[in-house]
Design a protein around this ligand. Sequence first.
Ligand SMILES: *Cc1c(COP(=O)(O)O)cnc(C)c1O
Length: 391
Amino acid sequence: MKDAKQDTVIAHAGRDPDANFGIVNPPVYHASTVLFPSLAALEASDRAPFDGVNYGRIGTPTSSAFETAVAELEGGHRAVVAASGLAAIATALSAFTKAGDHVLVTDSAYGPTRRFCNEVLARYGVETEYYDPRIGAGIAGLIRANTSAVYLESPGSLTFEVQDVPAIAAAAKAAGAAVLMDNTWATPLFFKPFAHGVDVSIHAATKYLVGHADAMLGLMVCNEESFLAVKRTAVRFGTCAGPDDVYLGLRGLRTLSVRLKRHQETALILAEWLAGRPEVERLLHPARPDHPDHALWRRDFTGASGLFAALLKPVPKTALAAMLDGMELFGLGYSWGGFESLLLPVHPAAVRTATAWAEAGPLLRVHAGLEDPDDLIADLERGFARLNAAL
Ligand SMILES: *Cc1c(COP(=O)(O)O)cnc(C)c1O
């Protein structure tokens, strides 16, 4: 769709009703074996297995529909689906590293990303060095002759630092290193990685793309230069995803824009209310003017999703438990991006090495769901009352 606006792409990308009895949505193909009409056809497919339908693991019309739709929305060349966000991260990092290489990973990265680097890449002779997420162009000082990849996550999903993606990407590119970015927070809607120098944009599609807390799914969206390396590595690892889960990703995508607008609006309402509470030390939300990276967020992003954090003043754990144990609407659990609100105590100090997290109070990560904000505020207000009563 040439020149179509984002919401139009979301509604139409990856669909071809004319090829499918006029039915609006692409069918869910459950497939392992693909039959060929002749030896010549089989051999032709084997020569270009990534371009047609060759074997279920390598891709089906269902996975292609999802990959095509997200790549088009994000401005990438092609995408590769995976069974989870973490599988996508592991596959993408593996695609650009070999024994003897050095990778630079932001200190704000998702914890399991660090564990993959420290426990798996390390065993294969790849050295990971963590860098200050706010390093910007200063990353050039850390790049070595053997640096093969620079990994970003912006904003960090616990501490919400916004990275200077164009400056970091330019320095990495000048040194010939691949630029990989976890773009889960912003989704393909609110940040355009390829317009900012990124080679591979990684999504935990589990979060906002699926959007209903009912499937695990990952995606690597690639520019033209990175696609073959990523796809080949995915195929070597056997990286793929179940067709019903891929379908849920594609179905979720169709409403991504309307859902995110509401997640964004409610998150800002909750953050503003929390900022006025005496129990709160400060808010970590890039779209608020009091955030240290707000100017960078304004420069590069076109919106904010529903995930942010509130740093509380120090309280005993029993008081925090009194608050969290009694929440009626906010769930206590991992993941985010679904229609339901979540509240989770997070511990950045445990997953940082290049920078310090020295805050004394608990950090509460908030996912603003699609409930009425007044009811969410009332739930938080009752929560703070329980916290104060337990002091
Ligand atoms: C959840 C998450 C992941 C991992 O996704 P899964 O689908 O749970 O494996 C990766 N990055 C970020 C920022 C996440 O929040």
